[in-house]
Design a protein around this ligand. Sequence first.
Ligand code: 26Q
Length: 812
Amino acid sequence: MLNIDKETFKSDYIQKFIEIHGKDLEEGTDYNKYEALASLIRDYVAKMWIDTNKRYKENKSKQVYYFSMEFLLGRLLGSNLLNLGINDLCREGLNELGIDLTKLEYLEEDQGLGNGGLGRLAACFLDSMASLGISGHGCGIRYKHGFFNQKIINFSQVEVPDDWLKRGNLWEIKKSDKARIVKFGGEVKVEYIDGNLKFHHVNYEKVQAVPYDMPIVGYKNNVVNTLRLWSAEPLSNEFDFSSFNRGDFKKAMEYKDSVEAISQVLYPDDSFYEGKLLRLKQEYFFVSAGIQSIIHHFKSTGGNIKELDEKIAIHMNDTHPTLAVPELMRILVDEEGIGWDNAWRMTNNIMSYTNHTILAEALEKWPVDMFKKLLPRIFMIIQEIDRRFCEGLRNKYPGQWDKINKMQIINGGFVKMANLAIVGSHSVNGVAKLHTEILKKQEMSDFYYCYPNKFNNKTNGITHRRWLMIANPQLTELLKKTIGDSFITHPTDMINFQKFAKDSGVQEELKRIKNRNKKKLADYIYKVQGIRVDEESMFDVQVKRLHAYKRQTLNCIRIMDLYNRLLDNPNLDIVPRTFIFAGKSAPGYYLAKDIITLINTVANKINNDNRVNKKIKVVFMENYRVSLAETIIPAADLSEQISTTTKEASGTSNMKFMMNGAVTIATLDGANVEIRDEVGDDNIVIFGLTEREVLNYYKNGGYNSQKLINNDDRIKKIINSLIDGTYSKDTNKFKSIYQNLVTYNDEFFVIKDFYSYLEAQKKVDDLYRNTSRWQEMCAVNIAHSGIFSSDRTIKEYATGIWGSKCMYENLQ
Ligand code: 26Q
């Protein structure tokens, strides 16, 4: 923990300001003030960072590397201040200098280098690893442009490039001297030397990978780990200078552009795989640079390469970093001269893999021709891995060709990344109990029966430091006041709050805190969207990526139904609600974009209809991102977790909402199952098809959405209103949604679950009317949320997968 007093901080701050801006504080803009503060904090962190690295080196502790294409960090100033333990001191010190810390915090751009759940999980894991004193570091790509900014224009999503680096990134340090070369293309020449095969990769194109390091500060424990993000830069000696000199710099520029393209932009798809060459380049680029730098560091600090697997662990966040397996093999075999069998044993001990989805359309597979051309040596290594693997399979399953074909790594003209990740790792995990069971018994069953011990579950978690302490300081204070502050380092101690669930004083406090958070959100909605919402109404919230399986459509059609009912009966007895949506759609996912347009169109109609807008309002908030989530989630009364059962691997916003005292309406999907098991059926509202029913329909058929619609006038009316001009004069506008539900038989059972959902919503109304019962439910949810801290998850990874020690626990 940083040892500093307020007066020292103030004078350090003023000095820093003058040093970097060359003017007095009074002359500075707010952004100047933010810059000075962030730079000062970075200086404070620097010493701890160096000390941590020294300690890791001296203790020779096992180093964990979390490889991920995405790290969705959001803002860092607040979490760095909190984790350094100087939040209050800074706030007061700055206040005395006439500066409002909150205002400065809002000036920081979100670091949006991720799509959603998977990227945010990586960010929570970094925070937990540092806070538990685990020597765990991130490795990824420093995209020049992160996830696009979303604007809503004419009710529809428009994508605007994210330019998060335009004013620089104060948290990173460029380490040019640690740059690595990544090789693409070319050919492999094979040579026999003393009876051994030797492989020479020639005529390749060189790309320089330059690392930018960011400190990851642990919570009050003097630990600072590293997130290393790689940027692609051209090498000056790769320019074709002869053509450059002739004045023909087109070629030189082409080289420069093609290199810079690699770390130019994050792919904005989160559930649909497309075999794009640039994406494959990105994957190999960061994996190769990362592994080279790990091995270089290991050797330069005196490590013996033969013991590498005792000293490092590499985790693959989904299949995106799977080329780490053949890249590690390449370095061990080709460069370190280790025999194949030993290299393979070590690689297997080092690597582990998390699966985040069962959607078939999201599984990565690369066309062999493309792969071979871009990564000739890596392809050969994968062929050899596959050859040996299949040889083993043929012995184990003689004659079972179907099974062997399905498990093969290179098959049907494609390199299958999930198969390679499973074969190359000693551990494969799912992200919630149900998801892991589905992986074992359905999606990856052949692999599970072949290697039952590899498979395990690690239910996701979220860092309670950001999602409770930073996002909801008042609730944090109430917890401290009632149960003490042990929950900060031992989040499961939040269970002690359960005894206060029926305490009327605590219930009132909870309500007061929620109302303040709601007011803050309502003010924000008015400021940015110009919509006035009733702060007394129930805030009913669904915020997440737009996807058919997440069923924003189900939420929307029940709002359309409610609107119909209110028009029929203006005195209908319902709890007034504000329906809040937010989320981005992949730019090429037209159905999801149409759903955004539908929600905004319905919102516009309802909000402007005086007959109903005292009772219901609909708001679609633009540009969902980490910092917006921090404002929305603490203000939610009701958390919508309504995916088609079996489709949502885990979900993590469900955990954030419960931790902030929202009640959940949910299907028994992903981690909702575990949330239900924690809080009990009385403290969550469950509806919808069960896992068994869904799997049965998918397997055996028997579902007919058209029949359901035609037999039910109420549903028919809503569905027809998509195409009969009720919401848009252009009757084609929502035709794709209509066709999905009617013509294409409603793949995600929106119609099937409709009445069950309505009934659950009726139950929510009844519960909400009983204020004391509702507050009790909120309290029970908060009390049980500690288990969903990513600290718990990371301890399970550390002991169950990585075999790494957690300093923090040792100190207990
Ligand atoms: C793959 C290939 C090419 C381009 C993009 C991609 C790609 C990128 C991102 C594929 C998937 C993703 C992200 C997936 C994701 O966020 N999954 C979510 O992971 C969460 C954390 O485990 C779970 O809680 C969610 O249930 C799951 O949907």
